[in-house]
Design a protein around this ligand. Structure first.
Ligand SMILES: C[S@@+](CC[C@H](N)C(=O)[O-])C[C@H]1O[C@@H](n2cnc3c(N)ncnc32)[C@H](O)[C@@H]1O
Length: 298
């Protein structure tokens, strides 16, 4: 089931929190190593770079300090790169399937867990158009059977379970009642116990644990008159929206991740545009992590 959300908004919300990257595991060594070998060490100081679906510029942060070429990160969401990055680089809001750059503008297009989100055919057409005849392309894409995707699937299952349990609406209703009638001191305890019974999640669900802890604290504050029920309702509303946005991003990630066959098709389509390809199945301790792809033409 897809929760009804505008996907651009869920990413915009995420980047506005100041997050440096989309997943902690992005800093995993094999991924960094791939970027170092096939991008950073090949890059010439003056070469121009387009970072597609840049987010808050995680990939651009790995550029060497002495790089002086034109560098732009584009994303279709509203992003919030750190001030340090903004001084050196340009950022622009645009869709990867419709790039507002002239033909042959760049020496490099790079994309870390971004290109797979863009419509495939238009995306390939656009990146081939903006790259010139002697250019290079680096793509890191999610892989369906990877640790990252399995982790996302687990989080997705937990998030949906919490949303569908009625946890938020029960707590919200309790807050309304708490403002007008303070007599039921056992109400909070009963509510928490019944919610715990309703949610059938693995005992070690970190998402549920964190949420219940925060919720219990908030509701106790309401009961002890430290927070008004009305204010708590707003906070609960924000938590619910944030969980919805999280679920939306995870659903996208799981949906766009490439199977082995998808990855082969993608490489073949780019080859047909005159690129030579080097693909690496990135792994950590023998377990799949991501697809690394490097292309050069000329
Ligand atoms: C998984 S994040 C990766 C961000 C960043 N490259 C990183 O490694 O942290 C995917 C990004 O793709 C962007 N995105 C999704 N569809 C897009 C499109 N059609 N055009 C441009 N950006 C897109 C999202 O807004 C989001 O910022």
């Amino acid at each position: 089931m897809r929760y009804p959300l505008n996907s651009q908004l869920s990413w915009s919300d995420y980047w506005q929190t100041g997050a440096a990257q989309s997943l902690q595991a992005h800093s995993a060594n094999p991924i960094k190593q791939f970027v170092q070998t096939y991008f950073v060490s090949k890059l010439q100081r003056q070469e121009s770079i387009l970072d597609l679906a840049t987010g808050n510029g995680a990939l651009l942060q790995q550029l060497p300090d002495d790089h002086s070429g034109f560098c732009v990160g584009v994303d279709y969401s509203e992003i919030a790169p750190s001030a340090a990055l903004r001084q050196q680089h340009h950022f622009s809001r645009m869709d990867g399937s419709n790039l507002a750059f002239p033909d042959e503008s760049f020496d490099w297009v790079i994309s870390q867990f971004g290109f797979e989100y863009v419509s495939r055919e238009e995306g390939i057409k656009e990146l081939c158009r903006v790259l010139h005849a002697q250019s290079q392309l680096l793509l890191l894409c999610h892989r369906k059977d990877s640790l990252l995707c399995r982790h996302s699937q687990q989080q997705l299952m937990e998030g949906r379970c919490i949303l569908d349990s009625g946890l938020f609406s029960s707590a919200w209703q309790w807050c309304q009642y708490a403002d007008t009638d303070k007599s039921d001191r056992a109400g909070l305890q009963k509510l928490m116990t019944s919610l715990m019974k309703e949610i059938r999640l693995p005992k070690d669900s970190s998402l549920l644990f964190a949420l219940l802890q925060s919720l219990a604290k908030l509701l106790t504050d309401v009961q002890n008159d430290r927070v008004r029920g009305e204010s708590a309702q707003k906070i609960i509303g924000q938590w619910q929206s944030s969980l919805l946005a999280n679920i939306d991003r995870l659903e996208q990630q799981v949906e766009v991740a490439l199977s082995g066959a998808d990855q082969k098709r993608l490489v073949e389509s780019i080859r047909q545009e005159g690129f030579k390809a080097k693909t690496v199945a990135l792994a950590e301790q023998g377990r799949p992590l991501a697809w690394g792809m490097y292309f050069s033409r000329g």
